[in-house]
Design a protein around this ligand. Structure first.
Ligand code: ADP
Ligand code: MG
Length: 592
């Protein structure tokens, strides 16, 4: 796995596709009323500002005719106060709504990532996916307020101002629009550059997340290998790339903003010149020119708003595209809670019929027609050289992947006919490297069955020989195990994983033995535990030790993606050369 091929690249090469915008709308839709309220308040703020020039014109005319201006002054004061209060309220409502949009996106995205198919996760970097939930969603905040709302309110204010300008003097309006159109052409070339740079900046954040996850997940190995300088360089490179692209985006955003500013100043000067000439010829009065210039001044803000909205949207569109890509990864159906099997539930039978499977279309087959049948109850061991496809058998039973052809049945029913949560509720699965999650020992044990009562927990702790450990720990079950259970030994981690699986009362236990995690005493204890469990449950064990194999009811010998032989230890030692060799070397060596 490399950090470079995080997710398929965005399909819309330059500009954001319309579906990125649709995705944004889907997050905004639930909050449309709040957003409209905020926008309305902003508009009201704009409108009160818009009335000021009119009152100002009246005031100037009153002054030149020696009339009293106290009423107009009061009106102006009232407008200014309203403008401030409504403005503050509006920005609060908008900011709050924007935060809700971010919340909505984070919720849907995190639910979706939990549902991702393992095959999809195999092709991605968890750190990059993490960045999509945390960092990319944050950008939606600005897109919502600074972009959507600003585009709406700014656009409306712009139209209203232009209408007012047309009313005051259509000729001067024509002059103003000509200058603005020129600026628009320049902006058209700048905007796509902002989008490209922002997208790359967010991708770099994703790469950084992936590198961080890689390093922090294996910090011991990194330190032991003296690989800090190289990993440091990779992290810095990702951070710097994000900086470079963000700076590039900032540069183009600044250029866009300043182009708009420059256009307005040019418009101001042009209007002053043309308007001055019109006053001189008597076409318009001085009051009209002053009012028009004030409107040009007032146009500045909505224009800057609209340009800012467009550039801001380009920044967010990169993030939106990244979010959309994550939401396009193959996922399982929405999770539904199901009951765990009852205490005395019948054990399950499993069968593979001619199963062909590969992890991806461009990878070699891992199973070339695997067939075996395991009846309900009893212990079946899977043995074979490393890479034979034993762990893959378990992954297929859990439906982390689906076979390309052939069928897998549980209780005679094809797995595809099982509702996924119900299938997984029937199975207890102990992974090869027995992961333990950070949190307390209790959190870890109850992960798969939070309702298990104290008596059951105590019983399972005893069967898995964890009772001694819990007693020794000052905080007992509340002891924190560290990130990935680093405060436990390998053997303890595996027993915690087994206890966790047993607490789900599985009808089928899949136990992928760790190769050499248990000492002789614990191994004997575990063998007894598994034998116990196998009396009431179907147990499949990927076995690396002779002790597990000799007591198994049947052994499936796998080699290079095929089942070579099935039989008991005694039968196979006599009948299968590969098994005899494995038994002679691997099991004995790994066992002790
Ligand atoms: P075993 O458990 O018998 O050692 P596995 O079932 O783990 O073997 O693996 C069988 C083959 O599939 C190996 O060659 C391994 O490299 C490959 N493999 C395992 N998991 C994946 C995966 N997630 N993606 C691609 N290839 C995989
Ligand atoms: Mg394996």
């Amino acid at each position: 796995m490399t950090t470079a091929d995080a997710l398929p690249p965005v399909r819309t090469a330059g500009r954001p596709g319309p579906s990125a915008f649709r995705l944004l709308l889907s997050y905004v839709r639930p909050h449309r009323w709040a957003l409209l309220t905020g926008a309305a308040l902003s508009l009201l703020t704009g409108a009160t500002g818009l009335l000021l020039p009119l009152v100002a014109r009246g005031l100037i005319e009153d002054l030149s005719h020696d009339r009293s201006v106290s009423g107009k002054l009061l009106a102006m004061a009232a407008l200014v106060v309203t403008n401030t209060v409504v403005g503050a309220l509006g920005s609060y409502v908008l900011r709050r709504t924007a935060e809700s949009v971010v919340l909505g996106a984070r919720r849907t995205l995190s639910s979706y990532l939990l549902r991702l198919r393992i095959a999809a996760v195999d092709r991605t970097e968890p750190g990059d996916l993490m960045a999509r939930i945390t960092s990319d969603t944050t950008l939606l905040r600005e897109v919502t307020t600074d972009s959507l709302v600003a585009l709406g309110t700014g656009g409306l204010t712009l139209v209203a101002t232009v209408v007012m300008m047309g009313v005051v003097d259509p000729v001067l309006l024509g002059v103003t629009l000509a200058v603005i159109a020129g600026a628009g052409t320049v902006l058209g070339t700048i905007v796509p550059r902002i989008h490209r740079a922002s997208r790359r900046a967010q991708d770099a954040v994703g790469v950084m997340g992936a590198s961080l996850e890689r390093v922090l997940g294996a910090l011991r190995t990194v330190k032991a290998s003296g690989a800090e300088p190289r990993e440091e360089r990779a992290l810095h490179e990702a951070a710097e790339e994000s900086w470079r692209q963000s700076v590039r985006a900032a540069k183009w955003s600044a250029a866009a903003g300043n182009t708009a500013g420059l256009a307005m100043q040019l418009a101001f000067i042009t209007v002053l010149a043309v308007g001055g000439a019109r006053v001189a010829t008597g076409a318009i009065g001085i009051g009209t020119l002053v009012a028009f210039l004030l409107y040009v001044f007032y146009l500045m803000s909505p224009i800057q708003q609209v340009v800012g909205a467009v550039t801001q949207y380009q920044t967010g569109a990169g993030a939106l595209a990244r979010i959309r890509e994550a939401l396009e990864l193959p996922a399982e159906p929405a999770f539904v809670s199901v009951e765990l099997p009852s205490a005395g539930a019948e054990p399950a039978a499993v069968a593979f019929t001619d199963v062909r499977f590969r992890y991806a279309d461009d990878l070699p087959y891992v199973h070339h027609g695997v067939s075996f049948a395991v009846p309900a109850r009893g212990m079946t061991a899977f043995v074979g050289p490393s890479g034979a496809g034993k762990t893959t058998v378990f992954s297929l039973i859990e439906r982390f992947y689906d076979p390309e052809s052939g069928t897998i049945t549980l209780d005679g029913r094809p797995l595809a006919d099982w509702e996924l949560p119900r299938l997984r509720a029937a199975i207890g699965y102990v992974e090869q490297d027995a992961p333990v999650l950070s949190g307390s020992l209790r959190d870890n044990l109850l992960l798969g069955n939070p309702e298990a009562d104290e008596g059951t927990v105590a019983r399972v702790l005893k069967t898995t020989r964890l009772d001694g450990l819990v007693e020794r720990l000052p905080q007992g079950l509340e002891t924190l195990v560290g990130h990935r259970g680093t405060k436990l030994s390998g053997g303890e981690r595996q027993r915690v994983a087994i206890a966790r699986a047993l607490l789900r009362r599985p009808r089928l236990l899949l136990l992928d033995e760790a190769t050499s995690q248990l000492d002789a005493v614990n191994e004997a204890a575990l063998r007894d535990t598994v034998a116990d469990v196998a009396r009431s449950t179907t147990v499949l064990v990927v076995a690396h030790r002779l002790s597990t194999v000799t007591t198994a009811d049947r052994i499936v010998v796998m080699d290079a993606g095929r089942v070579r032989a099935v039989g008991t230890h005694r039968e196979l030692v006599a009948g299968d050369p590969l098994y005899a060799e494995l038994a002679a070397t691997q099991f004995l060596a790994a066992g002790h």
